[in-house]
Design a protein around this ligand. Sequence first.
Ligand SMILES: Cc1ncc(COP(=O)(O)O)c(C=O)c1O
Length: 392
Amino acid sequence: MDSIYLDNAATTPVSDSVLSAMQPYFSEKFGNPSSIYKIGQKAKSTLENSREEAAKLLGASPKEIIFTSGATESNNLALKGVAFHWSQNLGIKPHIIISSIEHHSILDTAEYLEKSFGFELTKLPVSEEGIVNPRELEKVIKENTVIVSIMYGNNEVGSIQPIQELSQIIKKANEKRENKIVFHTDAVQAYQYLDCDVQDLGVDMLSLTAHKFYGPKGVGLLYVKSGTKFLPQQQGGAQERRQRAGTENVPYIVGMVEAMKNAKKTGKEIADLRDYLIERVTKEIPDVILTGPQIGENRLPHIASFIFQKIEGESILINLDLLGIAASSGSACTSGSLASSHVLTAMGYDDLLAHGSIRFSLGKMNSRDDIDEMMKHLPQIVEKLRGMSPIK
Ligand SMILES: Cc1ncc(COP(=O)(O)O)c(C=O)c1O
């Protein structure tokens, strides 16, 4: 093997069974589901079968599934759709609650609604392990709160949020309200490892994207509980029960549903590998902080993230990349300067520490050999960079 891929939270390869399930729908069974003749109607029935299967896997009913282009679109649709329904149809200034460690597709959308439309936004704090305290949610719910969006599993540090407890708080608050608060969760990183039955979770909306669990990129879904009011954000055709205009991407939807079926809810092997990685990194390299939950059960099985003190995560990444090893850092290089991760700063790390972060994320192709190979190099890379670092 000439490369080691330890960035499965960024994306995963399309599995063989997904690829073969998709294949016929590109050129052989290529019909448009909206066409009334036979090949169109065949595509329509494939689409509706896929919807049924996706719904079954989520404990939902088929009419509650909207196919989208991925979780970015699903998250945008959830926040904007609900907030605009309240502001435009009910004349209420919406108040949105999110956690302070959401993916940018929630964070930036919520900030956009705040800045451009004057909607109110509350970002819930998290513990130093990156977990929302349900009591904090109770405190900030207001009369004009329209949607609460808390991710199921964090993509940077792997912290798992208490979705069921949060749902109970929202249910209780809703008992006395005419206009019910909508509870949305971004379950992108959690889907293949945690129970995502929407009834068990008690959510009204849930977002997925296929490429995080061996499906294709550019396809996802939004579960919307029956009766949940929102304004569609795309105008055009009558697809998806008029909730999301645009010709459905049948081959990719078929691929996503095949990937959903294959995603086993047992992360045991991957969690063992993650723990092996954590043990080696923290024992063999000095001045390393394991970020996120310290207890395995509160952490997604595939994510292990660290801060390597006194150096920049990006420099480690570049050195690993030269050796054919792919990982990721929480920092984003924007206009020549490194912006530290909002997740780590929300967890209480200062900018300097946050710049030293690296995330390793595991997948079904990884083995102990990959970790052993990576660990032949990482301690030396860290030592070399620390030797060159101006921070002492
Ligand atoms: C937690 C989370 N939400 C949303 C997304 C966005 O998914 P996509 O880029 O497929 O739209 C990602 C992808 O990195 C993610 O990790």
